[in-house]
Write a protein that binds this ligand. Structure first.
Ligand code: TMO
Length: 316
């Protein structure tokens, strides 16, 4: 009897050891959220997928450049939207230091750059060439920028180098940072009434293309090295003398410890891949339909089970 009891206790202990190896930690997976809608909704979509697998999840609002350091240190577990244009340099710097890794590309192809709604072209017919934009700079002047044109950039944590580009290309523009993404869309809405020319920071995939036809400004084409090697690009003495990649990546990044601590969630993360229309839809649910991000995520999951269930079950 005693032996039998002892045996079963050992069996229980053994079973729990092997379960510990197979199962995700009960500690929360920490998902960082930022200040543009698709990223917040996607974070909740993936968080709700993890919860459906039995995991616990926490969300923390995090600076979108500093987050790569947080993933590297394991303070947050992953990052779901690594946009090449805005975050390629910060991501690659963290990769070099070690502690995080590339957890695969989304299907989506991205572009982030100076952009104008189509009526702007009437005031500045040489667009989309950046030289033509520069010749029209006075048309974009505001009381704040004097006789220079205003470029309305995003919040400062997105792209830290717009001013460097203006300097490297000798442009008659001043960079003014908007406080939020919605301030960008409000500016386009206000300009639409009297078809005022306006140039802002924008990206694709986004909901904006469904509301306002427009184009990206064509800067000197992005080539490897133009952001860190002065010799690369048309200005031999300065960096950032190029546009952002016109066909940029959108990656997932993960803390190196994630696979061991949450193996099932990690396997799912590796299989996750969103397309351009799916990401634009996530932004639309918040920016046009005005859902809360949690509700937008729940709605997306409900209408797209065929997309995400295979990521949980192991594919095919
Ligand atoms: C990172 N963003 C999509 C705002 O360019």
């Amino acid at each position: 009897m005693r032996t039998k009891l002892f045996m079963s206790a050992a069996a229980v202990a053994l079973a729990s050891v092997s379960m510990a190896q197979a199962e995700d930690s009960s500690d929360p997976i920490i998902i960082p959220t930022h200040n543009w809608s698709s990223q917040i909704v996607m974070s909740h979509v993936v968080g709700q997928i993890f919860e459906s697998m039995g995991n616990s999840v926490e969300y923390v609002s995090t600076d979108s450049q500093a987050v790569y350091e947080s993933v590297r240190l394991g303070d947050v577990t992953l990052e779901l939207e690594v946009w090449e244009g805005a975050f390629g340099p910060a991501f690659e710097a963290a990769l070099e230091k070690g502690g995080l890794h590339d957890a695969g590309d989304h299907d989506a192809v991205t572009r982030e750059d100076w952009w104008y709604p189509s009526w702007t072209k009437e005031a500045c017919p040489g667009l989309p060439a950046w030289e033509a934009l520069n010749d029209c700079a006075a048309q974009f002047a505001t009381p704040e920028t004097g006789d220079k044109g205003r470029f309305l950039g995003g919040p400062v944590d997105w792209l830290k180098h717009d001013q460097e580009r203006v300097d490297a290309l000798g442009m008659n523009f001043v960079v003014v940072n908007a406080g939020s993404a919605s301030a960008l869309w409000a500016e386009v809405g206000a300009a639409e009434r009297d078809k005022r020319p306006v140039v802002i920071f924008n990206w694709t995939p986004n909901f904006v293309e469904a509301l306002y036809p427009g184009e990206f400004v064509e800067f000197p084409e992005y080539v490897e090295g133009c952001k860190d090697d002065p010799a690369v690009g048309p200005n031999p003495d300065m960096t950032y003398d190029c546009g952002n990649p016109a066909n940029g990546y959108l990656k997932k990044a993960a803390w190196d410890g994630m696979e061991e601590k949450w193996p099932a969630a990690y396997a799912t993360l590796k299989r996750i891949s969103f397309t351009n229309p799916q990401i634009a839809e996530m932004a639309k649910l918040v920016d046009i339909d005005e859902l809360e991000p949690e509700d937008a995520a729940a709605e997306w999951l409900e209408t797209n089970e065929a997309v995400w269930k295979p990521w949980v079950d192991g594919g095919a």
